[in-house]
Write a protein that binds this ligand. Structure first.
Ligand SMILES: Cc1cc2nc3c(=O)[nH]c(=O)nc-3n(C[C@H](O)[C@H](O)[C@H](O)COP(=O)(O)OP(=O)(O)OC[C@H]3O[C@@H](n4cnc5c(N)ncnc54)[C@H](O)[C@@H]3O)c2cc1C
Length: 387
């Protein structure tokens, strides 16, 4: 495999690098969720004006037809510039590619532009109280009444539900069909009557995710993606795109920035000679490089039109262990300061390391738990029998 870059790729990198010099906001984001959200939305708008959002989408839909190598360069440059995340990530990584594959022309025309511009934020209404790892056990019902589905049920752990204008939702449209059949894939207006959003307070103190109750919510039949009762197959494609692009780009950027900040803190805090911390910091650096190569391999497969399969579980599991190790080592590097909250006069790194460590606990749950990922690796990659 040749990992050197062509002249065109170097031009792509230089264009992005110089754009990011002005585009990346200076200073830390506001501490409250709404303030942070506005800050991130503003950043996505700036990126969009420069043509740097949804670069992996086809140019016919506002993307850049970015090759896998260009996507890898994008991740490297975002990390180098310490850029914030693109806030509409469910829209960009999950909804957009799904609509491009399965949506009607009208759905594409109506929804794709607002995803890129961040004018319309999206959330994902998949998980339910008794349907997480076993998502096909979902019980939310959608019954046809004239030209509308009437949706009733409860969803949980919905990130950004309070900010979202639209949601992708899985609901049961045939109660008599087998578990994985009889599920349909709908686009729901988060401002519709009958939607009740209740924020959940997290370990970090923030309330990014929510419970969402749906009580006879009317969803036009025109907002169904794909064929009725065949939503499960579409959801698999959405999740593959989420795991593929999310871990290959977003999480790589976050991991790289976190390791660089840890190294800076070790140098500045005089702890660079601590033998255990040195060993751990070097190991984390090596593992971030390994993650980069795993991501290059995944992007290369995506670029060949191969929908990622079980190998996304390898990447996901590697990333979640790595992000927790970065969180824990960062707290050790700060010593007693590490446990101080934002606002304390003696806090270091603005409390960022503590937030990072606390949030990293979610890494082995979100997007499929560690146990489920290991089961997939055992069965589908290692050929071990089902437990
Ligand atoms: C930060 C974060 C953001 C999220 N955002 C969203 C979102 O926007 N939209 C959305 O729909 N969902 C979201 N989720 C939900 C997420 O998809 C689920 O939490 C996840 O799928 C696990 O489901 P669960 O929480 O119901 O746990 P369960 O499935 O109930 O699992 C409980 C425990 O049992 C273990 N277990 C389950 N099945 C098996 C098995 N077969 N073999 C071995 N062990 C098993 C699990 O590993 C886990 O330890 C989010 C979660 C987090 C943490």
């Amino acid at each position: 495999m040749d990992l050197s870059f062509t002249e065109e790729e170097e031009r792509f990198r230089a264009g992005l690098r110089s754009f990011l010099v002005e585009a990346v906001p200076r200073g830390e984001p506001p501490e409250d969720l709404d303030g942070e959200f506005d800050y991130l939305r503003d950043f996505q708008r700036v990126m969009h004006r420069g043509g740097w959002v949804g670069i992996h989408w086809p140019s016919a839909f506002g993307g850049r037809d970015a090759t896998p190598v260009q996507q890898a360069i994008f991740a490297e440059e975002m990390a180098r510039a310490r850029a914030p995340q693109l806030v509409n990530r469910v829209g960009i990584n999950n909804v957009g590619p799904t609509l491009i594959h399965f949506g009607t022309d009208e759905q594409k025309r109506r929804f794709l532009p607002g995803i890129l511009s961040a004018d319309e934020i999206w959330c994902q209404l998949y998980s339910e109280p008794d349907a997480g790892s076993d998502l096909a056990a979902l019980r939310t019902r959608a019954e046809l009444d004239g030209d509308d589905y009437v949706v009733t049920g409860q969803k949980v752990w919905t990130s950004y539900a309070t900010q979202a204008r639209w949601a992708i939702l899985l609901a049961r449209t045939d109660a008599n069909a087998k578990k994985h059949r009889g599920i349909s894939y709908l686009i729901v207006d988060m401002q519709a009557d009958g939607i009740d959003i209740r924020p959940l307070r997290q370990l970090t103190g923030a309330s990014e995710f929510n419970e969402v109750f749906l009580d006879r919510v009317r969803v036009p039949r025109a907002n169904r993606i794909g064929v009725e009762n065949e939503g499960w197959q579409i959801a698999q494609v959405t999740l593959a795109h989420e795991r593929g692009t999310n871990y290959a780009i977003k999480e790589q950027v976050l991991a790289r920035i976190a390791v660089e900040e840890l190294l800076e803190e070790l140098r500045a805090g005089g702890l660079a000679s601590d033998p255990c911390l040195r060993q751990d910091a070097a190991r984390l650096y090596v593992e971030t490089e390994i993650m980069r190569f795993m991501n290059l391999q995944m992007l290369s497969r995506l670029g060949k039109g191969i929908v990622p399969g079980a190998e996304t579980s390898l990447v996901k599991q590697f990333w979640s262990d790595l992000s927790q190790a970065i969180g824990e080592t960062s707290i050790r590097a700060l010593g007693p300061h590490g446990l101080l909250l934002r606002g304390s006069p003696h806090v270091r790194t603005g409390g960022k390391f503590l937030q990072r460590m606390l949030f990293s606990r979610a890494a082995t749950i979100a997007g499929g738990t560690a146990e489920v990922q290991r089961n997939i690796i055992a069965q589908r990659i290692l050929g071990l029998p089902r437990s």
